[in-house]
Structures are given as C-alpha cells and as structure tokens.
Design a protein. Structure first.
Length: 165
C-alpha cells in the first residue's frame, strides 16, 4: 500500500518536526524522509528540511510569511515539467540547510518514512540536465520507486526564478 496517493488530504496546517533533530541526514545508515506526490509521481525529501505543512490555497501571492521567514511559492509541476494541475493539495514549507527557503506546492503528503542509505541508487542515464541537480537519486520504499529530492540542488536552481504566480 502506498503511503502517498493522488487523493487530496483534508488536514489543516501542521508543524512538521519529525526528523528535524536528526540533522541533515549525515553519514548515518538511515534517515527520516517526508514523502509526497506531484502528478501521481512519488517523491521523498529529507524530513530535517521540512518545517511545516499547509493546505494549498492559503498562499497569498508569490510567497508565504511564516515563523519569521519568507517562503517563495514554487510550483514543482513547472520545475519538473509535469502537466499543470489545480492547487488542491498541500504546501510544504522547507529550507535547504544553506539559507534558502521555499513553499513547495505538492498534490499530497504521505507519512514520514525511514530510508536506508543502501536503498538509494544513482540516477540512471535517462535523467539528464536539470534532473541531475534536482534529484539525489532513486530509492525503493515499500516496494515502489521514489525519486529523492536534493534540497540544495532544487532550491539553488529554482529559487527565486521558478516562483509560482
């Protein structure tokens, strides 16, 4: 059973602090990951980089002010060259550990998961160009392939150029 789905969650905004004390993932054997979907594709991002979750539609304009920081709204469908869709999912507030923040528009957020570093594999040659910057690799989680986001690479290339309108 998938921990994320293409079905919209109806939860209110919630803090996302599970795994934040674990640092940046470091050299350990496992790390905490936040799972989400965009256009029915499963993604994972280091849970230490996620600050808060909101229902989509609460973002006013091109950024969200939260907890003393500004989070530019970034449409992952645009960055990942996926079909456009309605903003009915969630907004994931994150940082990249290097001073950049973003509010990622995603379709759904799943339960946090543990990623064994041995389950992470390099991107195959079919991933070219920007994908090599945005993605850390692929992982097998719960018998499915998940694309693992590289937070610094994603925000270095997308921020603030790809801010949603």
């Amino acid at each position: 059973m998938s921990t994320t789905s293409c079905v919209r969650s109806r939860e209110a905004g919630v803090p996302f602090d599970w795994g934040r004390s674990a640092g940046d993932g470091g050299p350990g054997r496992t790390r905490s990951m936040a799972l989400f979907t965009v256009a029915c594709v499963d993604y994972a991002i280091d849970a230490a980089r996620v600050r808060h979750l909101f229902p989509a539609g609460r973002e006013a304009g091109r950024s969200i002010a939260f907890d003393g920081a500004t989070f530019p709204v970034i449409d992952l469908r645009s960055i990942f060259r996926l079909p456009a869709g309605p903003r009915t999912g969630r907004v994931l507030l994150m940082d990249d550990g290097a001073g950049r923040t973003a509010a990622l528009v995603v379709d759904a957020v799943g339960r946090p998961a543990r990623l064994d570093q041995r389950a992470l594999t390099a991107l195959p040659p079919v991933f070219r160009g920007q994908e090599r910057v945005h993605f850390e690799g692929l992982a097998l989680l719960d018998d499915r392939v998940v694309v693992v986001i590289a937070p610094r690479g994603l925000l270095a290339r997308a921020w603030p150029r790809q801010v949603a309108v």
